[in-house]
Design a protein around this ligand. Structure first.
Ligand code: HEC
Length: 536
């Protein structure tokens, strides 16, 4: 080829290439605004938790290089657990294609695109509830932060419940979301907390970690950006008669002289008299007393690892010899570095991955729901492996030079706790769906490898009047659904379309007597049967 031709060809190819990348370079209006609105602006809006708004084109444009950096190194959106180890409910993770779009948008000069075609920005108000209904609502007294350093303050809300109640849903609505960093919700029936309150001037009283009362039971936790706590049907956490609710709020440094008035909303559980109703407990099943290489004491200038183990046992007779884990909340302080928690099944010794936090960040404590509850047979072990970094190279080290850190409740001491929300096990718990959104990351993979129908279990189970069967279907199916009793008699039969992807088949079970049933789904290519219970 002659040189001139070759040059021409090169130029031609390069020109095509630049022309296509130009044309394909993502724009804010088309590609970026939708990503930011669904993954970032819940915190990044004026008055929100994050320091900078990302609501407008100008906001996003001005921050574009930082956005790319934070997204590329996975520090935004904040999601400390390792999703490769265990997918948890309501994960805040950007898909590879969204990350790529952000990167291309920044490299392409941060084009605005046609502003008129941008999606409508979401609106955020502090008072919107996400509960299905509210049976109890309580607001703390107005409080103005009176210190320049970190503050942990407990506020008491009276309930005057004349009998025990069960909370099915709990929500915290920060009064001033720019200063409320995280909230632990306790209930407590003693006068001690009242005394502490009166002994401390102003609303509430200062107390790190706990409420300072042994009677206090944890009933909920709130961290920014998380959905409210909602337990599955026929489960709830107990609120004792005449109890008081204690909101322990962390106001970080820099909130001096700012005002807050945070609210808690509760929806009570229904059907608490049903034999299938279950109390949910929130407790640190793994604590410092479970350390096999304790005590928790970390000498200066080392990284020290610890293991804690507990065997799941009970003193009460359970209907089935197992417990069901609903959520998990690891807790360490400032020099905490990593934590991995798993179960070891008693008969098979199989590992049950629960959570892995490869880089602990004290600022992002969370209570994480499992996508499906986890069955742990009695006799199984729960194991926590953790590491603490007490070197000066750890930027979170509160001591310079480092000193020995021991177990204790103040921020500069350390703790080693794994809280769980759990109840006793019923068959089918593993199939309750807490979050049925497709898993980011493996979703793309899942589409290509899952070529068989996945039928989850009937939900809720036990059920009453209405129930549903969730499924994943690799393509569309014409199906027939049948409800069959234990004698094999078909009681209901109806045609149904299964759509490609995640979907649900609704079961109308009204009028069927209580008892055990089978649900059979028949298509040309398969027949699958699920068992479920109708109560009342
Ligand atoms: C759950 C709340 C939350 C979500 C969701 C979130 N951020 Fe943030 N972001 C924060 C907070 C809080 C900070 C302040 C630094 C810190 O505390 O870690 C921050 C800091 C940042 C910063 C640095 C700003 C500065 O001035 O230092 C950037 C850039 C950023 N976030 C981008 C994003 C992007 C992009 C997304 C979505 C893909 C996102 N964030 C999602 C809470 C959030």
């Amino acid at each position: 080829m002659k040189l001139i031709q070759r040059l021409f060809l090169t130029c031609f190819l390069v020109c095509i290439y630049t022309a296509t990348t130009k044309a394909q370079s993502p724009s804010w209006a088309q590609d970026i605004a939708p990503i930011l609105y669904s993954n970032c602006t819940s915190c990044h809006h004026t008055g929100g938790l994050a320091p900078n708004s990302l609501m407008t084109f100008t906001d996003a444009f001005n921050y574009r290089f930082m956005i790319k950096q934070y997204v590329d190194n996975n520090s935004m959106p904040p999601w400390p657990p390792d999703a490769q180890y265990k997918h948890l409910a309501f994960e805040r993770i950007l898909s590879a294609s969204d990350k790529n779009k952000i990167s291309q948008w920044v490299l392409g000069g941060g084009q605005q695109g046609n502003a008129a075609s941008a999606p409508t920005p979401p609106t955020y108000t502090n008072s919107t509830t996400q509960l299905s209904s509210i049976d109890f609502t309580g607001k703390m007294q107005n409080y103005m932060v009176n210190t320049a350093s970190d503050l942990y303050r407990c506020f008491i809300i009276n309930t005057n419940f004349s009998v025990d109640k069960f909370a099915a849903e709990i929500e915290v609505i920060p009064g001033n979301s720019a200063i409320v960093h995280h909230v632990l919700v306790f209930e407590d029936t003693t006068a001690l907390i009242k005394q502490k309150d009166s002994a401390d001037a102003g609303a509430g009283y200062t107390s790190f970690f706990g409420t300072g009362s042994n009677d206090s039971r944890l009933i909920g936790e709130w961290v920014p950006g998380t959905a409210p706590i909602k337990f599955p049907n026929l489960m709830g956490v107990r609120l004792r008669k005449n109890t008081r609710i204690v909101l322990q709020i962390h106001y970080p440094q820099g909130t001096y002289l700012k005002l807050d008035s945070t609210r808690v909303n509760i929806k009570f559980a229904a059907n608490t008299a049903s034999p299938f109703f279950r109390e949910v407990f929130l407790a640190p099943l793994l604590a410092e007393s479970n350390l096999i290489n304790g005590p928790l004491s970390i000498p200066p200038n080392v990284v020290k690892t610890f293991t804690s183990v507990m065997t799941v046992t009970t003193t009460v007779t359970l209907p089935y010899p197992a417990i069901t884990l609903l959520s998990i909340a690891p807790h360490m302080h400032l020099i905490g570095d990593k934590m991995k928690v798993f179960g070891l099944e008693n008969s098979t010794n199989d590992t049950m991955p629960l959570i892995n936090i490869p880089k602990w960040d004290f600022k992002w404590q969370g209570i994480y729901n499992f996508r499906n509850p986890i069955k742990v047979p009695l006799g199984s072990k729960l194991v926590c492996q953790s590491a603490y970094d007490n070197r000066s190279s750890n930027l979170n080290n509160p001591n310079s030079p480092p000193i020995t850190v021991n177990q204790g409740e103040s921020t500069s001491d350390e703790m080693n706790l794994v809280f769980f929300a759990f109840t006793y096990y019923f068959p089918g718990d593993e199939d309750i769906i807490i979050d049925n959104s497709p898993v980011v990351g493996i979703n793309e993979l899942q589409k290509s490898i899952v070529n068989t129908v996945q039928l989850f279990n009937v939900f809720p189970n036990p059920a009453k009047n209405q129930a549903q069967l969730n499924y994943f279907a690799p393509s569309n199916y014409l199906a027939k659904a049948k409800i069959i009793n234990m004698e094999g008699k078909i009681l209901k039969e109806w045609p149904t379309n299964m759509q490609e992807g995640y979907g649900a088949i609704n079961l109308n079970i009204e009028g069927l007597p209580k008892g055990q049933y089978f649900l059979t789904i028949e298509t040309k290519s398969f027949t699958k049967t699920k068992q479920f219970i109708i109560y009342e």
